[in-house]
Design a protein around this ligand. Structure first.
Ligand SMILES: NC(=O)c1ccc[n+]([C@@H]2O[C@H](COP(=O)([O-])OP(=O)(O)OC[C@H]3O[C@@H](n4cnc5c(N)ncnc54)[C@H](OP(=O)(O)O)[C@@H]3O)[C@@H](O)[C@H]2O)c1
Length: 334
């Protein structure tokens, strides 16, 4: 579709009504005005995430005050600064975590949630970073307290989140097991550093991790499945083990024997990133800059890109994600 630009407007993707990928339509919107503590980014690339699919379906509305344009992460160049922003400059190449508005030519982002793009990365790679790296950092290393020498089990190892969790956990010296729905995806997880990919359709992950750890179990489970996985996660945990829930694809309810929590001194926690404050997201950004940016700069970690689609074809990008055939991240180019 051809969209003739008018001054002060931009191309963006709208969700015309809750529904399938076809409800994502190109539209003209006003270029956002950055607030005092925000920057305006001319977007080169925007990451696609499972929560965008849920938003499109009407199951994950944007928080109050946030644009209805989908998109939780962008990479591009800063073209305007809010009055209170002093740590960034126009012309800086940044990637940013945003609460919405990424599927557009321009996007306003809180300055604390922007990170300069390492020279070694393309805009497409940089756009694939914020949502999964912020999520993995805060859940695996902050809440989950994963340490060098410990063992992680990550469900959905070939997802955007999973590919990031495998690489970061390995880089920080952990052993990693990852579940995925095909043998091919399991091998992809192993190429990224997982000791063993576990096909959850043909194998029992509790048995596999117990066998591989001499019956000890794993120190941390990062779970995006929930529901009936929760009692099995608990079974897979070692003494002092932690279970961190980040999504509930099998539903919010589980029947659980609580005795192992007492006997093995276990923790169960979880979080969602989007509603957290700018201060909290800024703190995660600083921790990433300090601990993870050196790994990206040296190429020790690199976002896994499954495919790219032009912004106007956002519907195709969502079809790709919903096909479940992807390994790693799907990115829109602007
Ligand atoms: N809490 C937070 O802050 C936060 C932030 C971002 C994302 N998330 C959540 O994290 C998940 C991954 O997001 P994404 O953007 O990376 O999406 P994605 O690439 O579409 O990942 C979804 C993953 O779930 C896996 N999965 C589905 N059923 C499974 C099962 N029974 N056992 C093991 N794995 C299973 C899929 O594996 P197969 O395709 O192999 O079946 C797929 O890898 C999503 O559920 C998303 O909502 C949470």
């Amino acid at each position: 579709m051809h969209m003739a630009p008018t001054p002060g407007t931009m191309a963006a993707i709208e969700i015309v009504a809750p529904g399938g990928p076809e409800v994502l339509r190109p539209a003209q919107r006003r270029v956002p005005e950055p607030g005092p503590a925000e920057v305006l980014i001319r977007v080169s690339a925007a990451g696609v995430n499972r929560p965008d699919v849920m938003q499109r379906q009407g199951k994950y509305p944007p928080p109050p005050g946030v644009t209805d344009i989908p998109g939780l992460e962008v990479a591009g160049e800063i073209v305007a600064l809010g009055t209170d922003v002093s740590e960034l400059r126009t012309g800086d190449r940044v990637c940013a975590l945003v609460a919405g508005g990424g599927y557009a030519e321009y996007c306003a982002a809180p300055a604390p949630q922007c990170l300069r793009i390492p020279d070694s990365l393309t805009a497409v790679e940089a756009a694939a970073i914020p949502e999964t790296y912020f999520t993995v950092w805060t859940n695996v290393f902050e809440r989950g307290r994963l340490r060098n020498g410990e063992t992680l089990l990550v469900h959905g190892g070939s997802s955007g989140i999973g590919t990031t969790a495998i690489q970061l956990a390995r880089a920080f010296g952990a052993r990693v097991f990852a579940t995925a729905g095909t043998d091919e995806k399991c091998r992809a997880c192993e190429r990224l550093g997982a000791e063993r990919g576990i096909n959850y359709k043909t194998e029992d992950f509790v048995t596999v991790v117990k066998d591989a750890t001499g019956a000890r179990g794993v120190d941390l489970v990062l779970d995006m499945v929930g529901g009936d996985y929760v009692p099995r996660d608990v079974e897979a945990l070692a003494v002092e083990g932690r279970l961190v829930l980040i999504a509930l694809q099998h539903g919010p309810k589980a029947e659980l024997n609580l005795l192992p929590l007492l006997q093995r001194r276990l923790w169960i926690t979880g979080s969602t990133l989007r509603p957290r404050s700018v201060e909290e997201k800024g703190a995660i950004a600083r921790a990433l800059h300090e601990n993870v940016w050196p790994l990206l700069e040296t190429g020790r970690c690199k976002p896994v890109i499954d495919s790219t689609f032009p912004l106007a074809n956002a519907a195709e990008a969502h079809r790709r994600m919903e096909s479940g055939a992807h390994v790693g991240k799907i990115v829109l180019t602007v």
